[in-house]
Design a protein around this ligand. Structure first.
Ligand code: 9MR
Length: 375
């Protein structure tokens, strides 16, 4: 027979577990499970969810590392050519520091025209557009990296510079007068000067999918070129939006080519670069409506993927792109055909742990210990 005290204690643990993800079944935080192997675990927080105290508490309990979802992008920091607005980014940095979390910076340059602020397109670049584009880029990267370098030891310097369909470098209003390669190089050199001790990352969404070979090859060409030119990139950020591509697989999460993926990772690490999982989530549109089978497939896919990634001792950072299904970017942007809420993250919409959370913890438990990241 269970007495009242035991019941109360158990009930308390369950209630606390639902709120913080720290319950009887998962008493060790994901950050602690990762840390035991020299890995940093974290997630993105920011616009739309940072104001939720329960969600901040979940992040505080589970993460050793946070990354602002939008607040450090040009679109958020630069209302116009003359001014920076650091308020939203500072609020996250202050919260992370007071909770003793590491912080990643995302992103000093999203090299994708669509995500540059509108004013950059109507800006007067004057008689020497090359000089003005250089001035704007250097001013931005230098100001942001210098301001946050004391708190941030890892920056996504350049994000998504490649068109995955053509394998060619994109162009933006800044890179047209400078050339795409020169723009990317300048961002890295400027970041290095402003944040001498930081990990400098090229971040992109090439994946282990069978149909992603062109994107993987293009990333290798870019990294190899940077290495030959002496561009100070130190790591590849692998976004890891699993299962996502434009075309939906009719069933399951799409075919993966683990051998090709390992060849890719071998090439990247062979260049002396570290690996980070920067934006893990699972786009579950092609999976069944029923929650049980759906969650199991999401978890199995996550586990298989992390086992490959963590087999590389150069992989010392794993970040989810959100912790709770309530706040996934995929929810509004890629709705399921059956209209049901998506379940792409380790915690459900009420912050209760899901099988994906167990899969991440199990992958950390199975991983070999590694020399911790610099921070
Ligand atoms: O999740 C982010 C979403 O809230 C923003 O509206 C969007 C534009 O800033 O960016 C999303 O995050 C992206 C990240 O910065 C880069 N990789 C893909 C992410 C999902 O689109």
């Amino acid at each position: 027979m269970i007495d009242r005290r035991t019941l109360m204690a158990g009930g308390g643990a369950v209630a606390l577990g639902a709120a913080t993800g720290v319950g009887a079944a998962s008493s060790r935080s994901l950050a602690a499970s990762a840390r035991a192997k020299g890995i940093r675990f974290g997630s993105t927080i920011g616009i739309g969810n940072f104001a939720d105290p329960g969600y901040r508490q979940l992040n505080a309990a589970q993460c050793g590392l946070v990354v602002p979802e939008v607040e450090m992008k040009w679109q958020a920091l630069r209302p116009n050519a003359r001014r920076f607005d650091f308020r939203a980014a500072d609020a996250i940095v202050d919260w992370a520091r007071s909770n003793r979390k590491g912080i990643r910076g995302h992103t000093l340059l999203w090299h994708f025209e669509r995500w540059m602020p509108e004013w950059t397109r109507i800006h007067d670049y004057g008689a020497n557009p090359r000089a003005e584009a250089t001035r704007l880029l250097v001013e931005h990267v230098d100001t942001v990296a210098r301001r946050y370098a004391p708190a941030i030891d890892s920056f996504d310097v350049v994000n998504e510079a490649i068109d995955p369909d053509t394998g060619l470098l994109r162009d933006t209003v800044l890179s047209k007068p400078l050339g795409a390669e020169a723009t990317i190089d300048l961002a890295f050199h400027t970041a290095r000067a402003a944040a001498p001790g930081a990990e400098l990352v090229y971040n992109d969404f090439m994946s282990w999918r069978t149909d992603d070979g062109r994107h993987r090859d293009a990333v290798l060409r870019l990294l190899d070129g940077m290495r030959r030119r002496g561009t100070p990139v130190t790591a590849l950020g692998i976004q890891s939006h699993l299962g996502s591509k434009y075309s939906e697989a009719p069933t399951g999460l799409g075919a993966v080519d683990e051998a090709a993926w390992r060849r890719f990772l071998n090439e990247v690490t062979g260049m002396g670069l570290d690996l980070l999982v920067t934006e893990l989530d699972v786009h579950d549109n092609p999976l069944p409506s029923a929650i049980g089978p759906r969650d199991r497939q999401v978890a199995a896919h996550t586990r298989a993927y992390l086992d490959v990634m963590l087999s590389y001792p150069q992989c010392r950072t794993v970040m989810c792109w959100g912790l709770s299904d309530r706040y996934s970017w995929l929810q509004p942007l890629r709705p399921r055909p059956d209209g049901l809420p998506k379940r792409p993250l380790p915690y459900d919409a009420d912050f209760a742990p899901k099988p994906m959370r167990d899969a991440i913890a199990a992958a950390f438990a199975a991983a070999a210990p590694r020399t911790p990241a610099r921070a």
